[in-house]
Design a protein around this ligand. Structure first.
Ligand code: BGC
Length: 366
């Protein structure tokens, strides 16, 4: 009966809300009260996270767990150790244990087909969390941050900091991108590259290694070690003669850490601008000590609140809040999405953004 209701709900047309960003308090309050009145009594939400290895997914998982529990749901949060088969089995177990809604942050967006088919057969709505689930018609909604904007924020930071419109240059740039299996990675890369492209084409930015395409710059599984060894190769092949690298565009914090390790071990020139994303603790420490220039802050609390709100709306048969119905095509159609706004963070605003907001304590960043 409940499953029938759910499938009926999901066939209702989605109305795009005009909301921009994730109003965390608003979203959280609405979700909590909606859900606690309607969804108590054993409604189960399965939350599948890619890995515990990267800080952000631990935070996403624990925020989701806390918020869903507070809203009265039974919650099953699983982390898949960045192993696709483990993630498939965990999702299948959630389905056979009676999940009513699934929230999935995929390791590889295209590799969960079987498990997603199983969810669809059981009429279980699926929300793609942060990373889009590709090539599947089982995906009801997508909630994420504006991934292209993450890249433009990084690119614009480089333009402004090097004063590319006025400075003579040329400046030397290297690029480290994300995991080819993660649909977000291309958006980050393209967002930044679109901002930097005119300067690369005019020669004001010079990619000394010559590695400028996403495929050349990619980092499988976003691994710090992989990023580090590629950066070490680039440094020893192109910069060991004393050439300075002026800026290293890194798509996120785990890859930025690899580059920072490589710079510490293999480079004696003027320290470059290094970008990142996530405001992971180690990277914020590096921002404070000058080893990283900026990060993009994606407050996982706001994303979790938005997703909990969506879960409540789905279960109650209400219109689900989305604010983008054009951007994210998963190969079989556009998935109605809610995009939260990423925020720029650096040494000047991290206290206000991260400590005053209660995201971290001062101690954690010592
Ligand atoms: C997320 C980033 C994260 C990366 C590595 C991406 O899908 O959007 O925030 O840095 O995965 O975990």
């Amino acid at each position: 009966m409940k499953k029938k209701l759910l499938s009926a709900v999901l066939s209702v047309a989605v109305v795009a809300s005009l909301l921009v960003g994730c109003g965390s308090s608003d979203a959280g309050t609405t979700a909590s009260s909606d859900a606690s009145t309607s969804s108590s009594g054993g409604t189960r939400v399965g939350v599948s996270m890619p890995t515990k290895d990267l800080q952000r997914w631990n935070q996403d998982g624990s925020n989701m767990e806390a918020e869903l529990k507070a809203a009265g749901y039974d919650v099953d949060v699983q982390y898949a150790s960045n192993d696709v088969q483990t993630q498939v089995s965990q999702i299948e177990n959630m389905i056979s244990s009676g999940a009513d809604v699934l929230v999935i942050a995929a390791i590889e967006g295209s590799s969960l087909g079987e498990a997603l088919d199983m969810a669809k057969d059981a009429n279980i709505p699926v929300i793609a969390y942060d990373r889009l689930l590709m090539n599947s018609d089982a995906v009801s909604y997508y909630a994420t941050f504006d991934n292209y904007m993450v890249g433009t924020v990084q690119g614009q930071y480089i333009v402004d900091t090097l004063d590319l419109d006025n400075a003579a240059g040329p400046f030397n740039l290297e690029i480290t991108a994300g995991d080819p299996g993660d649909n977000n990675a291309g958006y980050f890369f393209n967002g930044a590259y679109d901002v930097l492209k005119p300067y690369i084409e005019s020669g004001k930015l010079n990619v000394v290694s010559g590695q400028k395409t996403f495929d050349e710059c990619a980092t499988p599984l976003w691994a710090t070690e992989t990023s580090q060894s590629r950066a070490e190769n680039i440094l020893s092949s192109n910069y060991s003669d004393g050439t300075n690298v002026d800026v290293w565009l890194c798509s996120n914090d785990s890859t930025a850490l690899g580059v920072e390790n490589a710079l510490a071990a293999n480079y004696n020139g003027t320290y470059p601008i290094v970008t990142g994303q996530d405001c992971d603790v180690e990277n914020v420490k590096n921002i404070i000590s000058g080893k990283q220039s900026m990060s993009v802050f994606k407050d996982t609390r706001t994303l979790a609140s938005q997703v909990v709100k969506m879960v409540g709306q789905i279960l109650k048969g209400e219109t689900v809040d989305v604010n983008d119905t054009t951007t994210y095509d998963n190969g079989l159609g556009v998935i109605p999405s809610y995009l939260c706004q990423p925020v720029f963070a650096d040494v000047n605003n991290y206290k206000e953004l991260l400590i005053d907001s209660g995201y971290y304590t001062e101690d954690q960043l010592q």
